[in-house]
Design a protein around this ligand. Structure first.
Ligand code: AG3
Length: 290
């Protein structure tokens, strides 16, 4: 024991993770990448000093990124994941029996290669015949996209560094074009308590892009504040409950149809954040509640 990984979040708040071994560390063309063995959370992927996923609680984030949209879309066959180079969202999406093809677009080849090597339980979906991995910039990929998708999932890091473009209005305009009629898009929307501006920015992008836009929440213990938001936009189907056609998925540990519905119930302070942001734009806030 005795190495401490210092994760700074705001000028007045940081988290220290006990680390027993640094399994790999390098500077890629895009970011500093480390894979560490933590004392309590299993192995973890760390990008630019921010913990992205741990073996112990990754299921929460990955199940909630994948199954809310996959279960509320009535017939999800073609799926695009932007980011998500650790493979966790991919693994979950592939559990849906209707899925025919998943394109995963990751900007940093080394994230995929090293997660396959050091985090095989998370990265197992990469060897599935339905998975197609593209190493490219997500923004460019989506601008060039000519073959639209049923579901688009944006599993990005924070809006500094390589993921910055994925938080911009331009990306959202292109994303809407890359969806089939009936399509849905979900994006991780940061911590409403620690990063309210990033959170409301994602919410605003979703609201300004889709006729139906909602926020849902999950408890991700290893992300700052533990209180994590997701934004979902939909062209036709309301994502606040599973579709009647949603197949039961065995073996999930956080997502369930009940959790799906409950995740859309927002505490008043989050509704107030959303209402204030929409009011500044002279618009109605997102739909809330189930
Ligand atoms: N994607 C979201 C990580 C955000 C963490 N941010 C933070 N703790 N400030 C992670 C990728 C997992 N597949």
């Amino acid at each position: 024991m005795a190495i401490w990984l210092h994760e700074g979040h705001t000028p007045g708040y940081s988290v220290n993770w006990g680390v027993t071994a640094i399994l790999h560390r390098e500077i890629t063309p895009f970011q500093e990448l480390a894979i560490v063995e933590t004392t309590e959370w299993g192995r973890a992927l760390v990008l630019d000093g921010v913990l992205q996923t741990t073996e112990k609680d990754e299921f929460i984030y990955h199940e909630m990124m994948a199954h809310v949209a996959m279960s509320s879309h009535p017939d999800p066959r073609r799926v695009l994941i932007v980011g998500g180079g650790d493979g966790g969202v991919l693994r979950e999406v592939l559990k849906h029996p209707r899925v025919e093809r998943v394109d995963l677009v990751e900007i940093d080849r080394r994230v995929v290669e090293l997660c396959r090597e050091f985090l095989p339980a998370i990265a197992c979906g990469f060897s599935d015949a339905r998975a197609n991995i593209v190493i490219a910039d997500g923004l460019q990929y989506i601008e060039d996209c000519r073959d639209p998708y049923d579901v688009l999932i944006v599993d990005s890091s924070d809006p500094v560094g390589p993921a910055e473009g994925l938080f911009g209005a331009r990306f959202y305009r292109q994303a809407a074009r890359a969806l089939k009629p009936g399509g849905m898009m979900v994006a991780q929307a940061e911590s409403p308590t620690f990063f309210p501006q990033d959170f409301t920015r994602v919410a605003a992008n979703m609201r300004q892009t889709f006729p139906i836009a909602r926020i849902y929440l999950a408890c991700v213990p290893t992300y700052v504040s533990g209180h994590w938001a997701f934004a979902i936009g939909s062209t036709v189907h309301d994502p606040c409950a599973p579709a009647a056609t949603a197949p039961p998925i065995a073996g999930l540990r956080y997502y369930s149809p009940e959790v799906h519905r409950a995740a859309f119930v927002l505490p008043p302070y989050i509704r107030a954040l959303l209402a204030a942001e929409a009011g500044e734009c002279g618009e109605h806030p997102l739909q809330d509640g189930p």
